[in-house]
Write a protein that binds this ligand. Structure first.
Ligand code: FAD
Ligand code: SIN
Length: 530
């Protein structure tokens, strides 16, 4: 074994990296809840990869660049598209069971289609792709002798030290939620794979773990953060009081679902030549605009014209969940609204997944690799995580080979986190929940699908006040997971607003009614926060 590597997060990014690094190092993996609880587990549509003879790498590259609205890094996109198919095959070798084409003479993958894709290229496991990916990876991790998994351990702060003018990461402080103890975990290299930040917003498709922890932690430690203004709103989340974050996959539109007003009129033709299958930013804005115009609370997604047998076998999870809620999607249109779904920005990395601090990597939704630009193409997220985890693992091997010992002592500042938990006073949980709701409501109302300078400035003023209040609470109280999530949500909210205020144009997911045009003269660049 060449050393110890710390992995924070047990979604596709953390698990894939862990499996690869465990071939040459001891791996300690910490994760905030149960090991399966991640955005990955809820992915429906699938993994975009060029697997069909009529498709080609250049088509996938082109579709990704078009969706990214001029801001993708071409080298990152080409790396992802080129290397993706073999990593999907590796997942299959590790045991993933993806849907096969029923009509084919020899077994071949069934390939779906989603918004912005010119070809069928979405590898899927019915409409439960994420669960299958997570199952495969968790099984392999649990069987690996070099990987220790610690559930219910929430990373609080990176431990850093400076050497020769470079700040390096030595590990993290982490809260064990079952006994409220904080411990320092030291490692030769650290991966942030903490996923997204959907819970910065009131309505989201994300499970509760998605509070932007990795981005906030990295920012506090001095890492560069990029492109946080590009929050993707998924156009079709179920509108139902009991299931407000249940996603109706874009694959439903890929297989013929049509967006309609409540009176049955299709409306997407007026917005884009690809109609209901236009890129997500276009569809979400179109729905938002129709809801404003009509005063309705939702629009409909209609699949009643498809054969009921097809709908039930292709989308068994969506069919069953809607039926439980009294909607038979083979007969009734599905009420849908947009909700916060994916963070295109994050911890800025290079092509090897290296962040701007020494010994720190970031992969998956917590990272900004340059692949997604101003808008992620559907089903490119799982693919990006597979490819960049592979690169980060190879780079980690090189780092450990150099056998350069980490600097000896950690900054006092970062270890102070240990003291904070010893404080006895706990902020009342309902108060923490109330503050969280305040931030989420503010972000939903002022920093949503359509923004303006005035609303962003107002949001910034309010978030700054909240941020100060939360920092004071955090400094004076016993640390709980809820309090640290509130702190991270507030900090990520600030980063989103700051990036959105800096970008004086509309591009991809960032639409500002005071700067409605795309400005290719001044703004073909990332928004970077030091
Ligand atoms: P995650 O899978 O979210 O994992 C993050 C991990 O970090 C979790 O284990 C979490 O508990 C842990 N964690 C977080 N904070 C801490 C902390 N402080 N300390 C310790 N651990 C922490 N993408 C696609 O490509 N195709 C799809 O079909 C698709 N469908 C989706 C459907 C839904 C409903 C959602 C929500 C997302 C979907 N996405 C899809 C997006 C995709 O699922 C995610 O972007 C991707 O799974 C992120 O993987 P990840 O490993 O980066 O993060
Ligand atoms: C979906 O199934 O619609 C989600 C796909 C994605 O987010 O990439």
């Amino acid at each position: 074994m060449q050393g110890t590597v710390l992995v924070i997060g047990s979604g596709v990014a953390g698990l894939t990296y862990a499996l690869k690094v465990a071939e040459f190092a001891r791996v300690i993996l910490i994760t905030k809840k149960e090991d399966t609880e991640s955005n990955t587990n809820y992915a429906q549509g699938g993994i975009a990869a060029v697997m069909a003879p009529e498709d080609a790498l250049e088509f996938h590259v082109r579709d990704t660049l078009v969706a990214g609205a001029g801001l993708c890094h071409r080298d990152a996109v080409e790396q992802m598209v080129r290397e993706g198919p073999s990593l999907v095959r590796q997942l299959i070798e590790w045991g993933a069971r993806f849907s096969l084409d029923a009509g084919a003479e020899t077994p071949r993958l069934s390939l779906g289609r989603e918004g912005g894709h010119s070809h069928h290229r979405i590898v899927h496991a019915q409409d439960l792709t994420g669960r299958e990916v997570e199952r495969t990876l968790i099984t392999a991790v649990q069987n690996h002798p070099n990987i220790e998994v610690h559930e219910h351990h929430a990373a609080l702060e990176l431990i850093t030290a400076e050497r020769d003018g470079v700040r390096e990461v030595l590990g993290v402080t982490a809260l064990d939620r079952r006994n409220d103890r904080v411990q320092a975990v030291f490692a030769d290299a650290t991966l942030l794979a903490t996923g997204g930040a959907g819970h910065v917003y009131l309505y989201t498709t994300n499970p509760s773990i998605a509070t932007g922890d990795g981005v906030a932690i990295a920012h506090r430690a001095g890492a560069r953060i990029a492109n946080m203004e590009f929050i993707q709103f998924h156009p079709t989340t179920l509108y139902h009081p009991e299931a407000r974050s249940f996603l109706i996959s874009e694959a439903v539109r890929g297989d013929g679902g049509i967006l309609k007003l409540r009176d049955g009129t299709p409306f997407m033709d007026a917005y884009h030549p690809m109609a209901s299958l236009a890129p997500r930013d276009v569809v979400a804005r179109a729905i938002d605009s129709e809801l404003q115009r009509t005063g309705d609370d939702y629009v409909h997604l209609d699949v009643t014209h498809l054969s009921p047998e097809f709908t039930k076998s292709r989308f068994p999870n969506i069919y069953a969940r809607c039926l439980e809620l009294g909607i038979d999607i083979t007969r009734d249109p599905i009420p849908v609204v947009p909700a916060a779904h994916y963070s295109c920005g994050g911890v800025l990395t290079d092509l090897e997944g290296r962040a701007s601090l020494g010994r720190l990597y970031a992969v998956g939704e917590a990272a900004c690799t340059g692949v997604h630009g101003a808008n992620r193409l559907a089903s490119n997220s799982l693919l990006e995580a597979l490819v960049f985890a592979d690169h980060a693992a190879a780079d980690t091997r090189e780092l450990l080979r150099q056998r350069r010992a980490p600097p000896e002592s950690a900054d006092d500042r970062t270890l102070e986190a240990n003291d904070e938990v010893r404080r006895s006073r706990e902020v009342s949980p309902p108060f923490v929940a109330q503050l969280r709701l305040l931030v989420q409501t503010l972000m939903w109302a002022h920093v949503g699908i359509v923004r303006s300078d005035r609303r962003l400035q107002q949001a910034q003023r309010e978030v700054e006040i909240l941020r100060e209040a939360v920092e004071s609470l955090f400094a004076a109280s016993r640390v709980t997971v809820e309090l640290m999530e509130l702190r991270n949500i507030t900090q990520v909210a600030w980063l989103i607003i700051e990036c959105a205020l800096r970008r004086k144009e509309s591009r991809g997911l960032n639409f500002n009614s005071d700067h409605p045009e795309r400005d290719d003269t001044h703004w073909v660049k990332d928004t970077i926060i030091e």
